[in-house]
Design a protein around this ligand. Structure first.
Ligand SMILES: Nc1ncnc2c1ncn2[C@@H]1O[C@H](COP(=O)(O)OP(=O)(O)O)[C@@H](O)[C@H]1O
Ligand SMILES: [Mg+2]
Length: 305
């Protein structure tokens, strides 16, 4: 049993006459203590996947099994809500502008625990220093901080309840590149210190290359390829993964644009990637490929294998 098991998860949005399959039959396992990154272009369903795991988005079908229990069937979610926290892309919108940082950080403890005020404040002070901020910050408001500092505060807020699992949705994408590295390093340190498990969402493969243990490549709501970081970066099998890698300057020095056109919002028949695939064959247009095993940890959904 893995720490988190997602089984055949589907989430749909209805817009007018169209149904967008934002998450389409996703299955994956996350082991305790690992960082699983989800990569893919904007609009491929990464945020919807994270929101559905956080129970912020209704699910059409499938299972989300956390520590052996299907949370979609469970009535008492108190334990789950303490153990699973999310960090969002934009720290400003996830912090209440009218609340001092100390109150923002006290709030989850007030709601979820019966700790005394002293104990609460002890935890708050400890966590703010662990995220690299001074205690004086606690009496300030969100607008008094830079973007990077605000993301440190949002990280502190996610950690006050001592969660085990963090869903991080593009947590550095809104920050300057120089600040991104600091926040990524902070997440790495905190992961080691608290033995955290991460689902780390990013469209930025250079960030993923630095941070992830395993990588899932998502396209039109589906996982096209999943494997250990080395398997994805040095032995990619799916034409989409190869195209994504070829477009990253730090991964591939001769920047090539293999990826033509934009991500459509509706899935075509056959392989979801076939209309943009440089290796498309007749069968790719007609029949959805099955997942092929490359190694015990590396799987790809493509007829090329
Ligand atoms: N609230 C919504 N209503 C309708 N469509 C949505 C909504 N949120 C996301 N979508 C659509 O679902 C797909 C996946 O979106 P999202 O999960 O935000 O992708 P990502 O995080 O990878 O950019 C996209 O086609 C997007 O336009
Ligand atoms: Mg998103």
């Amino acid at each position: 049993m893995a720490f988190l098991e997602i089984r055949d998860l589907s989430v749909e949005y209805k817009t007018g006459k169209d149904t967008i399959r934002a998450v389409n039959g996703v299955s994956l396992d996350i082991e305790k203590g690992e960082i699983l990154a989800v990569a893919g272009e904007s609009g491929c369903g990464k945020s919807t996947l994270a929101k559905s795991i956080m129970l912020l988005q209704p699910v059409k079908s499938g299972k989300i099994i956390f520590e052996g229990q299907d949370i979609l069937q469970q009535k008492n979610l108190k334990d789950f809500r303490k153990k699973v926290q999310m960090i969002f892309q934009n720290p400003y919108s996830s912090l209440d502008p009218k609340m001092k940082i100390i109150d923002t950080l006290r709030e989850p403890l007030k709601i979820n625990t019966d700790f005394s005020k002293d104990k609460t404040d002890e935890i708050v002070k400890d966590i703010i220093s662990k995220t690299g901020l001074q205690e004086e910050c606690l009496n300030l408001y969100p607008h008094e901080f830079s973007g990077g500092q605000r993301q440190r505060i949002a990280i502190a807020r996610a950690l006050v309840l001592q969660p085990e699992f963090i869903l991080a949705d593009e947590p550095v994408s809104a920050l300057d590149v120089s600040i991104q590295a600091q926040i990524i390093n902070l997440l790495k340190e905190l992961k080691e210190h608290y033995n955290l498990t991460f689902l780390f969402i990013s469209h930025d493969l250079s960030v993923i290359k630095y941070l992830a243990d395993r990588v899932a490549v998502m396209y039109l709501g589906e996982i096209l390829e999943i494997g250990k970081k080395e398997e994805i970066f040095y032995d990619a099998r799916h034409p989409y993964t190869k195209a994504l890698l070829a477009s990253v300057p730090s991964v591939n020095r001769e920047k090539k644009t293999l990826l033509k056109g934009d991500l459509p919002s509706l899935s075509p028949s056959g392989c979801p990637f076939h209309p943009r695939c440089p290796e498309c064959r007749q069968i790719c247009r007609e029949k959805h490929p099955n997942q092929v095993k490359i190694s015990d940890t590396h799987f790809v959904s493509c007829y090329c294998e």
